[in-house]
Design a protein around this ligand. Structure first.
Ligand code: SF4
Length: 473
């Protein structure tokens, strides 16, 4: 994806029963950095004593030295990487959240988006709850604290029965980790083993980095309690059809991860192959938008027989760059991120593969850049269908008004991008790439059909704002 226009909200990690729990969580978060770059945090428990370190920035910025990890002693740890809107107000929303209730501590890290957060928050507020953050995740802690049950696991189960929407959660208690996934299984959550310790993570790439072995996925609707006695599965939630986020395969997850039981790399290659079958084109070379479209581009090249080339170089060292509106008009925002390889592109008929188009503004600039580098023809191929609807389940997306696929036909987008041809993968083609039945997946942002009732405000869909601050509405 060219634009940083779609963001997964978060990556979560948990480890139980290791003397170096914080260090391992640190590396786990490092591997999950692509799921959130705005803030990071780790909380540990050392025989009932809780330690927390969190802050704005990427994992190495929040944990810049050994000391920042070593003071997080204990053999239980959970961690979180978060994408959020920028600004000081975000400081209060950095996870994991930690509270003390009935003299015992509990912390939580969340990936997902609750769809009934406004109603629940208003209700809790009216009952006297004092919120410290503007995040929907805090609601879960309030609900658990209100439970009449004695055991923490039962309190968590009570809270989960009340919330709706997407959640892959990791809780830290003083003697356990609790990993939970909503009944639809929107967001991934995997269970692994590291020696005698148990680990959970949003993606298996977090296991690979520490040398942990993948065991299985936390099942949709499962609340998995990990204690020194081992694992106990609870299923307190109503059974539903699953709705695994198909976008995890297209863009969010790392290609080296195993997600929803399949290797992302394999699925992404199949998407590229299917794209080549559906929309063949005569060309000299095929290039991908680095890095997210690389794997699909390889699939396209394999299937079409068109030579794979590296036609764009991505600058991996771009952090926050101040770009004023005038510089944006001169395309500097794209130029700091990508540079064309003139020797590869000059005089060639080029197929450009991307995984998705969101607003289309950056794609347009990149096409211009490729043309200026001397490409004779530019054929744009997208390894997913047009995005026509916002996400309510944990992905931060522009509103429907800003989604080019919701407002223009393919022919109009083709004209807007100034390409020789533009083709998208079909919805059926995309869904057929997994061995799982089509009905297993959520593909709402491509179809506009949501698996659950989505929130409305003033009769309108709230879109990605459903996970934003309440005060924004
Ligand atoms: S709406 Fe799109 S991004 Fe959101 S969960 Fe469904 S497939 Fe994923």
């Amino acid at each position: 994806m060219l634009e940083a226009a779609i963001h997964d909200k978060c990556g979560v990690f948990g480890i139980f029963g290791h003397s170096k729990a914080a260090e391992l969580a640190y590396f786990g978060l490092y591997a999950l950095q692509h799921r959130g770059q705005e803030s990071a945090g780790i909380v540990t428990c050392d025989k009932g004593r809780i330690h927390l370190n969190k802050g704005m920035g990427q994992v190495p910025e929040v944990f810049p030295d050994k000391d920042s990890i070593e003071r997080l002693t204990g053999d239980i740890a959970i961690g979180h990487t978060r994408y959020s809107t920028t600004g000081a107000s975000s400081l209060i929303n950095i996870q994991p959240f930690l509270i003390t209730n009935r003299n015992r501590s509990v912390a939580v890290a969340h990936n997902g988006n609750l769809t009934n957060s406004i109603e629940l928050r208003a209700k809790l507020d009216a009952q006297g709850a004092i919120f410290q953050t503007t995040s929907d995740t805090e609601i879960i802690l309030h609900l658990a604290a209100k439970s009449k049950k004695r055991k923490r696991i039962d309190q968590v189960c009570d809270a989960l029965k009340t919330i709706k929407g997407a959640f892959s959660l990791v809780f830290l208690t003083e003697d356990s980790i609790i990993a939970a996934r909503d009944s639809y299984g929107f967001r991934p959550l995997a269970l692994g083993k590291y020696g005698r310790s148990w680990v959970v993570a949003s993606e298996t790439c977090a296991f690979d980095i520490i040398g942990a072995k993948y065991v299985r996925d936390v099942e949709p609707g499962e609340v998995l309690e990990i204690t020194k006695r081992g694992l106990t599965s609870h299923f307190p939630l109503k059974k539903t059809n699953s709705a695994f986020c198909i976008f995890e395969y297209i863009y969010f997850s790392r290609p080296d991860s195993r997600v929803f039981g399949e290797n992302v790399d394999k699925i992404r290659r199949r998407l590229g192959r299917q794209l080549a079958r559906e929309h063949p084109v005569e060309a000299d070379i095929v290039i991908g938008i680095p890095d997210s479209a690389n794997t699909a581009t390889l699939g396209f090249a394999e299937e079409s027989g068109i030579k794979f080339e590296i036609g764009l170089i991505r600058n991996h060292y771009v952090g926050r760059t101040f770009i004023d509106p005038e510089q944006k008009i001169r395309d500097l925002d794209v130029k700091v991120k990508f540079n064309p390889v003139v020797g590869v592109l000059r005089g060639r008929r080029v197929v450009v593969v991307d995984d998705s188009i969101v607003r289309g503004t950056t794609s347009k600039k990149l096409v211009k850049m490729i043309r200026e580098a001397g490409a004779k023809e530019v054929h744009f191929r997208v390894s997913s269908p047009p995005i026509i609807s916002p996400c309510f389940f944990g992905i931060d997306m522009p509103t429907r008004k800003e989604l080019i696929g919701a407002n223009k036909s393919v022919a109009e987008i083709e004209k807007y991008l100034e390409v020789d041809s533009l083709r998208y993968l079909s919805l059926e083609g995309m869904l057929s790439m997994s061995a799982l039945p089509d009905t297993t997946f959520c593909s709402s942002c491509f179809s506009g059909k949501y698996p659950i009732k989505v929130p409305k405000i003033n009769g309108k869909e709230r879109g990605h704002l459903a996970n934003a601050t309440v005060t924004k509405f």
